[in-house]
Design a protein around this ligand. Structure first.
Ligand code: SF4
Ligand code: SF4
Length: 448
């Protein structure tokens, strides 16, 4: 099998990468669901303060599609519900009991899976609160349960640096993984693409039997949107679904055990993390609990969800439904409006103008912006790194001019939201932010 070669992209070599070591964290006192961080949904509460909930009790649903349910990551009492501007539900905080009860869902023994109707399987995943783990391209919204996808991608490798390594989360999970693949085959009429890096492989060899596509390339080559862009043969394929390898194991665990699975493997890393590595914890864990004992006592900025695609989070908040990593970085002097960080002098940089370009050692990283926004200088760096051949410097101008036909022609919908164009831009233009918002606005228009 010839690997798919992704020529563009960029690997950032910074300090604090998580080792493969895994430590089991103690149970936290509280967990929370964080509706605010789930894109494209309008949450409607199904509980109120003081309600007793079990693991797997419905906490909220999507108003526009009430069959999309989000379940409690803990058993105990709803202690607090926090709202943001315009009454957006920010967090539903649950105080955990020492003995937590679980809701019971239907179990599907492996021998029954083949006889199950597809719509029954979909219903079980919706009821079990894990359907939102399956997402669809190009907008990355929750997969539409009534549609048949052209194919579903399973990315085994971490989507970006600092996320859980496949060698860690796949260890001793072969049976569960095989079961999960059977589930996906049923959902996507056998069109399941399992992808893994060809060189420097971390995926254990026993998983080779399921891998359908190998690839080579730098970040974000593992992204299903990138692989789709380089392999698609028809416009229909643009609506493929995708799920991460770790999330596939959760689907399998739900159906096999009949319990809502709350276990998660999460990475802790970054310059101010004293022992970067993996931890076994649970969904909705408090960030302070995750960082306890590992953070260096400095002015820390918490970045949840990844270096390029993550967001700045307060210490007293909780890990969201999709997030599996926490970075601890020096806060720097200036306010940031986005979760990824910028190069500066003696700092990691894409530009050859900085000596650090020639330094092969992992460099420290902070959140300083190192200067304000300037006009585009037409350096072309953003286009050099864009893995799906968008010209971000032209596309963002079309977006600002509200030239819909033009930004679509530039390939806005192919944008995989990797954040690289913003990272490399010497003029500090929030290219990715502008493009991601334009894509989301276009999606809303199309689905209104
Ligand atoms: S336009 Fe920017 S954010 Fe989008 S795929 Fe290209 S580099 Fe990534
Ligand atoms: S990287 Fe920034 S300055 Fe350079 S071409 Fe792109 S938008 Fe313009």
């Amino acid at each position: 099998m010839n690997p798919i070669r992704i020529k563009k992209g960029y690997d950032l070599n910074v300090e604090g990468r998580p080792s493969d070591k895994i430590e089991q964290l103690p149970k936290p006192a509280y967990v929370a669901a964080v509706p605010e961080k789930i894109p494209f949904i309008k949450p409607r509460l199904a509980v109120k303060i003081g309600d007793e909930v079990k693991i797997g009790t419905v906490l909220f649903v999507d108003k526009r599609a009430p069959e999309i349910k989000f379940l409690s990551p803990g058993g105990g009492k709803v202690e607090q519900i926090n709202f943001g501007p315009r009454r957006i539900i920010r967090e539903i905080i649950i105080k955990l009991e020492s003995e937590e009860a679980s809701e019971a869902f239907e179990k599907v023994p492996e021998t029954h899976l083949g006889h199950l109707e597809r719509h029954d399987l979909v219903k079980m995943l919706l009821e079990g609160g894990l359907w939102p783990l399956i997402r669809q391209l190009p907008y990355r919204d929750i997969a539409d349960p009534v549609k048949n996808p052209p194919a579903v991608f399973v990315s085994l490798d971490a989507g970006e640096a600092f996320q859980p390594a496949s060698g860690v989360y796949l260890k001793d999970q072969k049976e569960l993984f095989a079961y999960g693949i059977q589930v996906l085959r049923k959902l996507a009429q056998d069109n399941v693409y399992v992808t893994a890096r060809h060189e420097n492989r971390e995926v254990p060899a026993e998983y080779n039997q399921w891998i359908t596509h190998f690839y080579t390339g730098k970040y974000p080559a593992a992204d299903p949107g990138v692989l789709l862009y380089h392999t698609r043969t028809s416009a229909d394929a643009n609506h493929c679904w995708y799920i991460s390898g770790q999330d596939l194991l959760l689907l399998a665990r739900l159906l096999k055990t009949g319990k809502y699975p709350v276990e998660r493997i999460v990475t802790l890393g970054g310059t101010l993390c004293s022992d970067p590595g993996h931890v076994g914890t649970r969904s909705g864990v408090p960030l302070a609990h995750l960082a306890a004992g590992r953070k260096q006592e400095k002015n820390i900025r918490y970045i949840a969800g990844g270096l390029f695609r993550g967001y700045i989070a307060a210490e007293n908040t909780f890990l969201g439904y999709y997030e599996k990593s926490l970075l601890l970085l020096p806060a720097g002097d200036q306010e940031e409006v986005f979760g990824f960080v910028r190069p500066g002098f003696n700092k990691p940089s894409y530009s050859r103008a900085f000596l650090s370009y020639f330094n092969t050692a992992a460099l420290p990283m902070d959140c300083n912006r190192h200067g304000g926004v300037r006009a585009c200088i037409a350096c072309g760096y953003c286009a050099q790194v864009c893995p799906v051949d968008i010209l971000p410097q032209l596309t963002f101008k079309a977006v600002l001019a509200d030239a819909v036909e033009e930004f679509l022609a530039h390939g806005l919908l192919d944008c995989v939201e990797c954040g690289l164009c913003t990272y490399v831009c010497p003029s500090k233009i929030e290219l990715a932010d502008i493009l991601v918002h334009a894509k989301a606005a276009y999606y809303k228009e199309q689905t209104a």
